[in-house]
Design a protein around this ligand. Structure first.
Ligand code: FDA
Ligand code: NAP
Length: 448
């Protein structure tokens, strides 16, 4: 057991990506706006410094949402934490306006997030991985006023235990690899792309392949084609060419804050319709501009008679074997179902992600968490896991709520509003807890 801290926080946030950063900002603004009703908060992030999908900060990659969907604007357009406030502070507001573009680069948005996190840095500890959330040893859940959060210092300086009345889990997406495929020095998932790429001598990369037909795959394929002019680049894609991400105005309404209510309070059929008709706003799809860039490169190859970009349509990876320095990849071609092998110097699996999963962190607390008939968490509208009544403390999710709150759960589109809703809920909960704690006293009066 590590060091024990004595303060009991109103809320501890696990993970400090954009979602919990947005919550930290919401709580910070609440403190400034309503002195005397401060909520004490601490956030723990396992990365050594702030980083938002750093390994995919490719030079020309742009945001997939408007800059207005920043950490705060949809909740409070007057907040000093907006993207526009950041541009103003950076002296770039006129130039940004001249650029007439709603979609900044990911690199610029990353700088904005870094600027915002620096202003709430007193609330976050980096290099700190939360390993478990639990009730205090031997505690009765009905009287336990706090949970214990075990935090491991990633540099090996031990663990400590933090107490909190509420926990907000926001640990992000979980990488998905093709069956039978493990990451190593020549087989990479897109989430580790730049780090692993930079470890290689580019001259050694003469045959590279990228698996997947989503945004990550298309961006990495374009990057490798441009960075490695001597290399042959294969795009292994399950569809018949890349399909476009629908970001037209009517379809984009699925990311509006009001769509969360329509999804949450809708019927099973409503929810199913969201996925059936609008999955192509986000999954296995690519921005129009990137598709056109790739097609242009492929066509220019044909004109020059030097084909370097090889698109294998209707093809899935079914396994990978190491053969010395080469990576032997088994490919299943959808056209006739045949399986054949190709050797590459490096294989990038841009094969997407699974949804955030809190079960491992919650350990024994899981027995208080109610689940639906398919085994997924029941979640309240305020993003609190529905727990059996004896658990007084609150367990909130930012992420992992696609089945209850819809498509925005894993995205940035709604974080300003969502974190405001979570902050409001946490602020309201001490009052609820007092009511709960008063009940036994009243029952006692009635009985007496
Ligand atoms: P995120 O994954 O960003 O953060 C989770 C954090 O928790 C990480 O920093 C992780 O290190 C930390 N963590 C995990 N376990 C921990 C533990 N046990 N203890 C402590 N810390 C822990 N969406 C969108 O709307 N618009 C966009 O433009 C994009 N662009 C985009 C680009 C790329 C390359 C990807 C892969 C994804 C996107 N997305 C997106 C979707 C993406 O999910 C979203 O942008 C945010 O990353 C969601 O923020 P979160 O804070 O929820 O998760
Ligand atoms: P994704 O959209 O889930 O795409 C994964 C792709 O991998 C799909 O085409 C999938 O095909 C394919 N795949 C999975 N297993 C395979 C196999 N064994 N063989 C061949 N193909 C396989 O994942 P993503 O592209 O990483 O995108 C995830 C999220 O990040 C999205 O929200 C996206 O918008 C976001 N993103 C944003 C940016 C940006 O902001 N610029 C950049 C990158 C990503 P099936 O569907 O057939 O399984």
């Amino acid at each position: 057991m590590g060091n024990r801290e004595h303060e009991t926080y109103d809320v501890v946030g696990v993970g400090f990506g954009p979602s919990n950063l947005s919550l930290a900002v919401a709580l910070n603004e609440q403190r400034v706006n309503t002195p005397g009703r401060e909520i004490s908060a601490a956030f723990f992030e396992r990365q050594p410094t702030f980083g938002w999908h750093r390994n995919m900060l490719l030079p020309s990659a742009t945001m997939q949402i408007s800059f207005l969907k920043d950490l705060v604007t949809f909740r409070d357009p007057t907040s000093s934490f907006s993207f526009i406030a950041y541009l103003h502070a950076s002296g770039r507001l006129p130039q940004f306006a001249n650029n007439q573009d709603f979609f900044p680069t990911r690199q610029e948005f990353h700088q904005y997030l870094e600027w915002a996190q620096a202003r709430v840095a007193h609330l976050v500890t980096y290099g700190s991985e939360v390993t478990s959330v639990r009730l205090p040893h031997g505690a009765d859940p009905e009287s336990a006023g706090h949970l214990e959060i075990e935090v491991r210092d990633v540099t090996g300086r031990g663990t400590r235990v933090i107490n909190a009345r509420n926990v907000v889990v926001s640990t992000g997406l979980v990488r998905n690899m093709p069956d039978g495929t493990e990451c190593d020095e020549r087989v990479w998932h897109s989430s580790e792309f730049l780090e692993k790429y930079r470890r290689m001598d580019p001259g050694e990369l003469r045959r590279v392949a990228v698996v997947g037909a989503g945004q990550s795959a298309a961006e990495i394929t374009r990057f490798l084609y441009d960075e490695l002019p001597h290399a042959q680049v294969w795009a292994i894609i399950p569809s018949y060419g890349y399909s476009v991400a629908d970001d037209t105005p009517f379809a984009n309404q699925v990311f509006d804050p009001s769509a969360v209510d329509d999804y949450y309070y809708g019927t099973e059929q409503t929810r199913e319709a969201f996925w059936r008709y609008h999955r192509n706003t986000n999954y296995s799809v690519v921005d129009d501009e990137v598709i056109r860039d790739l097609y242009r490169r492929s066509y220019d190859d044909e004109v020059r008679g030097t084909k370097r970009l090889h698109v294998l349509n209707l093809t899935r990876v079914s396994g990978v074997k190491r053969a010395g320095a080469e990576t032997r990849v088994s490919l299943q071609a959808g056209l006739d179902g045949s399986v054949y092998d190709l050797d590459f110097d490096a294989l990038v699996c841009a094969t997407g992600y699974d949804t955030m999963e809190a079960t491992g962190l919650l350990g024994d607390l899981d027995r208080f968490c109610l689940r639906d008939e398919t085994g997924r968490y029941r979640v309240e509208r305020d993003y609190r896991i529905t727990t059996s009544p004896e658990l007084l403390c609150g367990l909130y999710l930012q992420g992992g709520t696609e089945h209850t709150h819809g498509l925005t759960s894993s995205l940035l589109s709604n974080i300003a509003v969502r974190s405001g809703e979570i902050a409001d809920s946490i602020i309201a909960r001490p009052a609820k807890r007092d009511v709960n704690q008063a009940i036994p006293v009243e029952v006692g009066h009635e009985g007496g």
